[in-house]
Write a protein that binds this ligand. Structure first.
Ligand SMILES: Cc1ncc(C[n+]2csc(CCOP(=O)(O)OP(=O)(O)O)c2C)c(N)n1
Length: 292
């Protein structure tokens, strides 16, 4: 033991605010009113977005009206398409979960409540932009018109399974739909996404990449390596956050923007409403701007 006169150091071990069965306290969340967060110019430098990196961009107010600078003024038909895709994904999920509970398939993952995270982004990206998903972005495939029957055959590993039984259920993949294979190893899609974005830049391409990750998975070293490479090489990679961790209480994991600061312009779209997902067009449009 040290003989120093300083008080002893203490190791911080994060504890969740509530354990299963306890009443969670979300009072630590700072959720401002809809329309309150400013929209910076799309060629903003990272330091110019510092004040909004932790703020939550909300488009719909409590009465369901789109307000503020992030209102995309979306065409009603576009919104109807988005809503239809979300409902279709939800119905598909419900049926597949039932099949899993009936032991017809060994494994299933829903995206209940966070359908817009994949679908809003699919609608904002160009058709040839690339998606590096987790197991909760099946809505992205649905939005891009991937056949539900092929998704079912993949989950059932039957003789029409597009990946010939080589993958676990829900680990979809489709080059044609710009959907990289879902991986069982959490977080690895992030380094792959950044590598894809770097390759796109090396080729002088205009395509960009979008990658998703769960809150808990941001503890993986792959996530941090990916952010370092994205920052150093200014890779054109976007990262919509997942809605909330089901397995790790949010307070103990922290969201990516709370835990790591990377020198990239950052916004934090509120998830759920399709329009907020669609507001990430801000980040997507920055492809037209200089690489800073
Ligand atoms: C490298 C690795 N570690 C652990 C697991 C086991 N595992 C599968 S899902 C999961 C929870 C992931 O939580 P989060 O990233 O918050 O996503 P959520 O499922 O909550 O959307 C864990 C630990 C895994 N698949 N890969």
């Amino acid at each position: 033991m040290s003989t120093s006169s300083y008080p002893p150091l203490k190791l911080h071990v994060p504890e969740p605010l509530a354990r299963p069965g306890q009443e969670p306290d979300f009072s630590y969340l700072r959720v401002g009113p809809a329309g309150a967060v400013r929209q910076p110019p799309i060629d903003s430098r990272p330091s110019q977005t510092a004040d909004i990196a932790d703020a939550l961009v909300r488009v719909l107010d409590d009465d369901g009206n789109a307000v503020g600078p992030w209102d995309p003024h979306a065409d009603p038909e576009l919104l109807r398409t988005g809503l239809r895709t979300m409902l279709k994904t939800r119905v598909f999920d419900a049926r597949m979960l039932t099949a899993q509970r009936q032991k017809k398939i060994s494994f299933y993952m829903q995206c209940l409540g966070e359908e817009a995270v994949g679908i809003g982004q699919a609608m904002a990206l160009a058709p040839d932009d690339m998606c590096f998903p987790t197991y909760r972005q099946q809505g992205f495939l649905v939005a891009r018109g991937y056949p539900l029957v092929d998704m079912m055959c993949q989950a059932f590993s039957n003789d029409r399974d597009p990946v010939l039984g080589r993958q676990m259920p829900v680990m979809y993949t489709s080059r044609q739909h710009g959907f990289f294979s879902v991986a069982g190893n959490l977080g690895m899609q992030y380094i792959q996404a950044v590598g894809w974005a770097m390759a796109s830049a090396i080729k002088g391409d205009t395509r960009i990449v979008s990658a998703w990750i769960g809150d808990g998975s941001t503890a993986e070293p792959d996530f941090h390596s990916a952010l370092t490479f994205a920052a150093v090489y200014q890779a054109r990679a976007g990262r919509p956050s997942g809605l909330a961790a089901v397995s790790v209480p949010r307070s103990s994991s922290g969201s990516p923007t709370e835990r790591v600061r990377i020198p990239r312009p950052t916004i934090r779209p509120g998830t759920g409403p399709l329009m907020t997902g669609h507001a990430s067009r801000w980040a997507i449009r920055s492809r037209a701007c200089r690489n800073t």
